[in-house]
Design a protein around this ligand. Structure first.
Ligand SMILES: CC(C)(COP(=O)(O)OP(=O)(O)OC[C@H]1O[C@@H](n2cnc3c(N)ncnc32)[C@H](O)[C@@H]1OP(=O)(O)O)[C@@H](O)C(=O)NCCC(=O)NCCS
Length: 254
């Protein structure tokens, strides 16, 4: 029983006193609605996380191992976001938005040497994204992901058919998403892969191998069909191009 309690607490915070402090602040402030709650959390969460400036954290954000989280200024965490930051934690760069119900889980219960999740600045992580950071997930600047994207830096070992997969350990090499990448909705990236700078991954594609810079890659497994540097304006752009208030806001901050 005690062993189970200990396992649970290790999954929640760096130590028992840290657990008590983090839970106190998260439970006192985490539910408070409206912009008032966002202001309260921007101040109170400094006691338990590393915050630069005043990040906007909506109500109902679930956080474990808060002491391993760094949020730069201008970060936005939407309702339902779940950050679980066992060592080496989660770091989110300036002006990056993490949308509704996205989950980032470092899942480092086994002292994995490369574990952690880092996201650069001016990124937009869409709704219901899932990141597993056992091997390290490193996302550059200006990366946009559609809804339901999954980036999973871990594989189970399954070479022995006579033993349950769960007993055979894991491998965790890491995933790198370089600057200015757009991952279409429902795209999945598996462990050990680098998506090169400026690339686009089509909706629903599964990325199993490195993608060279500036590729448009689609399908399962994702294969480059075009180099963005050779492109001319597409028909779709002729139908109308729109710019968002978020981009204007970011331009004004420069
Ligand atoms: C990849 C994408 C950007 C289109 O790129 P494009 O260079 O304009 O490609 P085209 O539309 O000319 O399509 C080229 C070929 O790829 C196919 N294709 C396009 N997207 C595909 C996808 N996601 N999966 C599989 N095939 C796809 C097209 O059917 C076409 O095939 P064809 O040559 O046999 O007719 C787009 O299809 C896509 O997937 N967008 C993501 C949308 C999204 O997730 N939005 C959420 C907002 S964040």
């Amino acid at each position: 029983m005690l062993e189970k309690l200990n396992y649970y607490l290790q999954g929640q915070a760096a130590s028992v006193p840290t657990y008590i402090l983090e839970q106190l602040i998260l439970n006192l402030c985490g539910w408070v609605p409206t912009v008032g709650g966002i202001g309260l959390r921007a101040l109170a969460y400094r006691l338990i996380m590393r915050l630069d400036g005043l990040p906007a954290i909506e109500s109902g954000v679930r956080i474990a191992h808060a002491s391993n989280i760094h949020l730069a200024k201008g970060v936005y965490l939407d309702q339902g976001v779940y950050l679980h930051a066992m060592p080496a934690g989660i770091s989110i760069g300036e002006n990056t938005f993490i949308m509704h119900h996205t989950m980032m889980h470092v899942f480092n219960f086994r002292n994995l040497p490369k574990a952690g999740i880092t996201i650069g600045k001016n990124c937009f992580i869409g709704e219901f994204n899932v990141m597993r950071g056992q091997g390290g997930v490193h996302i550059g600047n200006d990366v946009y992901t559609g809804p339901m994207v999954q980036i999973v830096a871990v594989n189970h070992v399954f070479s022995d058919p006579n033993r349950p997969i769960r007993e055979q350990g894991i491998t965790a090499n890491g995933i790198i998403i370089e600057d200015d990448v757009w991952l279409g909705s429902g795209a999945k990236v598996v462990d050990g892969v680098t998506v090169g700078r400026g690339s686009i991954i089509g909706a629903g594609s599964v990325v199993t191998k490195d993608i060279p810079p500036y590729s448009i890659a689609i399908g399962t497994p994702a294969k480059p069909i075009r180099d963005r540097r050779d492109m001319t304006d597409s028909q779709r752009q002729q139908a109308g191009v729109f710019f968002g208030a978020l981009e204007e806001l970011r331009d004004n901050r420069k």
